[in-house]
Design a binder for this molecule. Structure first.
Ligand code: MOS
Length: 707
């Protein structure tokens, strides 16, 4: 009875569609009051005073928290996920939309009305609203990737090889500020019982939230309980513990009652990070036969003021490992602006860096007069050229082959503007996708009952991606029980510790922990060699009501010996109106090596969803900032453009079989972020093929084609 590999419906599907799944803002907590954020209306400077009398006298108002009466938080911890500013600890204003006060009232409407009456006096400085004006002040990140590795790398002599090369490309690619915009905006309910804090909060990491709040309030992590059974999408903006969660806990402490703080859609644009704008300079070169001889990828990404923390979009990391090239240099720099702190968003670095990398590869193929797929195959990396290690597995060749065949790539004319349908230009483009296979230690608890049911508890979270379902499948197979008999609980920090659901690592981290705990349960019962007898039967024979076990799965030795990545091949067809420049994606095929697939249905949905993200990145998504005030001008989901059904063609997502068991005990590589990597380049390359116009910035818009 193998449940792994089946396309099972979601075990929480019925709860989701009937409204039975409870999200953070929906929990009923007695005596609850409401907090509303007040945000700055200037882009830089300092608060010089507040006029609060009018707001304070409004009905139902309990308190107004400003830097003058806020709780002093503990600043010494350096947990990267504990965002320490702005938390009303000083009067400085670093960006427009910064939280400057919190109004707490009996009812949400009362808090809202009072928040609108809060008046703030400022000393105004001139904000830096665009990174482009200060590119010459780029600086080295203090702690790139939280100190895991240096920001720069080099192998061979890329500059010398570039100078000597025959075919060269020297180009700058730009990606915009983007916001995550999950369906569920961030929300927290916080309650103190003495010195113990309980939060119901929308988070990608209950363990990180527990650690962060404990550090900020100076209490033991054991005294913080974080509850989050369902998340309405994260995409990176719920990975850290952002100020609204901390401010909700602060407000609850100050008023002595449970407080709900739900961030509005508009406030989401300055409350929990964003994908920073990047400016990427690429210098690539090849010999006449089409072998890459030099790759240089210099990335600059936008930052906030450094006092708020640090985040560098790691745009160059895939450039180090994706192609066999002897001479490679990668650098990452930051420029400080008056913007909020950026963060991880939907394949941070991989997606934005890949647009530059895979556009440049396409440009070189054009310069060489080679088919872009043949050019990529010619430079295929059989092992990781950066780490000098074998890949745990790499079915990219098969992704290219299956994707190309499904798409009909072999019929592609080599010249641009060669396919037409009346007044519509048609173009075909492709790109390679890759995303690292991350894994962190996780624990799990399993109990099998004599009635044939099992309970699995693990402190992970389900972002909407299917964690409940795939973990139940893993437990069912390992215990030899029907999946319907597995009761899986997650989203509570009282359960065994699991890492953040970020970096596409939940299945690879938590799955092996559950598998190991199930094996431990089995070992406890099977010591007399009854390996073919069902566990409930073994329990009955021994007259035992249940058996339980816990496990810890460490991130294994495999990470030292192998380079671990998922791969994919993206193929896009676009139709461009020859007069108006309107671009439509009309056909799409993606073929992916995500290792062993636990659930083909949820996997295919995730792959299609990632491609939709990518089409949005290619053609629609962009946050606009007013150059004068530093204010986000499209802080809503009608003017922050995202794809709707009419923007999306039929998408074919191919799961390329890969039965490896090297990356981890499940062979799962993670597919959360992989499918959006490469989409923007595939679309841009298709736009070039349709029109002959090379667009080196995102999103690609009508006006970019009017040249
Ligand atoms: Mo993801 S951007 O690591 O949540």
């Amino acid at each position: 009875m193998a449940f792994i590999g089946q396309g099972l419906d979601r075990v929480d599907g019925r709860l989701k569609v009937t409204g039975g799944a409870q999200y953070a803002a929906e929990f009923r907590v007695p005596d609850l009051v409401h907090a509303v954020l007040v945000q700055s209306t200037i882009g830089a400077g300092a608060i010089t005073g507040f006029s609060l009398a009018a707001a304070q006298s409004m009905p139902g108002v309990l308190t107004i928290i400003t830097p003058e009466n806020a709780l002093k938080l503990h600043a010494e911890s350096n947990l990267p996920q504990a965002i320490r500013a702005p938390l009303l600890q000083d009067m400085d204003v670093h960006y427009n939309g910064q939280h400057v006060a919190v109004v707490v009232a009996e009812a949400l409407e009362q808090a809202d009305a009072a928040a609108a009456r809060v008046r703030v006096q400022y000393r105004r400085d001139e904000p830096i609203t665009s990174m482009d004006a200060v590119l010459d002040q780029a600086y080295l990140p203090k702690s790139f990737r939280n100190g895991e590795r240096p920001a720069d790398s080099r192998r061979g002599d890329p500059d010398g090889a570039f100078t000597a090369a025959q075919v060269k490309l020297d180009a700058v690619y730009v990606t915009p500020i983007e916001h995550h915009n999950p369906m569920e905006p961030h929300a927290t309910i916080a309650r103190w019982d003495g010195n113990q804090l309980t939060v119901w909060t929308a988070t990608q990491g209950i363990s990180g939230t527990q650690q962060s709040l404990a550090a900020l309030f100076g209490i033991d992590p054991k005294d913080v309980r974080v509850i989050c059974p369902y998340v309405g999408g994260g995409f990176g903006c719920k990975g850290n513990t952002w100020p609204p969660a901390t401010l909700a806990a602060m407000a609850a402490k100050l008023v002595g009652r449970p407080v709900k703080l739900a961030v509005t859609r508009a406030q989401m644009f300055t409350s929990n990070g964003y994908r920073p704008r990047t400016v990427q300079s690429l210098r690539f070169a090849a010999d006449q036969q089409g072998h890459l001889v030099s790759m240089r990828h210099d990335g600059i990404s936008q930052m906030s003021q450094p006092v708020l923390g640090e985040f560098a979009e790691p745009v160059g990391l895939a450039t180090e490992m994706l192609y066999a090239c002897p001479n490679v240099a990668v650098t990452h720099r930051l420029v400080a602006t008056n913007a909020p702190l950026p963060t991880y968003m939907r394949a941070p670095g991989e997606a934005s860096g890949n647009f530059a990398l895979e556009s440049a590869i396409d440009e070189l193929a054009v310069a060489l007069k080679q088919n872009p797929l043949d050019f990529r195959m010619r430079n295929y990396a059989e092992q990781d050229p950066h780490e000098n290690k074998p890949f745990a597995s790499k079915a990219l060749r098969e992704c290219y082959r299956q994707g190309a065949e499904a798409f009909g790539w072999s019929r592609r004319p080599s010249e641009p503007r060669a396919m037409r349908d009346g007044n519509v230009l048609i173009g075909w483009g492709m790109a390679t996708s890759t995303y690292p296979t991350h894994r962190m230690a996780a624990n799990a608890y399993v109990r099998v009952n004599a009635d044939g049911t099992a309970l699995v508890q693990v402190g992970t979270q389900d972002l909407g991606t299917g964690t409940y379902t795939v973990m139940s499948q893993i437990a069912a197979d390992e215990l030899g029980l029907p999946v319907q008999r597995i009761h899986l609980e997650l989203g509570d920090s009282r359960f065994p510790h699991a890492p953040v659901s970020g970096g596409s690592m939940t299945v690879a981290s938590v799955g092996p922990a559950i598998k190991t705990a199930c094996q431990a349960v089995r070992a406890k019962l099977s010591n007399d060699g009854d390996t073919n007898v069902a566990l409930p039967e073994l329990l009955a024979r021994r007259n035992m009501p249940s058996v339980e076990a816990s496990s810890e799965a460490k991130s294994g030795e495999e990470q030292k010996r192998y380079s671990m990545h998922a791969f994919g091949a993206q193929f896009a067809e676009v139709r461009v109106d020859a007069d108006l420049g309107e671009i439509r994606v009309s056909r799409y095929v993606g073929a992916f090596d995500g290792g062993r697939i636990i659930n083909t249905k949820t996997a295919r949905s995730q792959l299609i969803g990632g491609i939709v993200f990518g089409i949005g990145m290619a053609l629609l998504e962009e946050t606009h900032v007013d150059g004068e005030t530093g204010r986000v001008v499209n802080a809503n989901v009608s003017e922050y453009l995202m794809p709707v059904n009419a923007d999306i063609p039929d998408i074919q997502a191919i799961l390329v079989p890969n039965d490896e068991l090297v990356s981890n005990s499940l062979g799962a590589k993670g597919i959360g972020e992989l499918p959006m990597v490469g989409v923007a380049a595939a679309v841009a390359n298709a736009v070039y093929h349709a029109t002959g116009v090379r667009v080196r910035k995102l999103p690609i818009r009508i006006e970019d084609l009017l040249v």
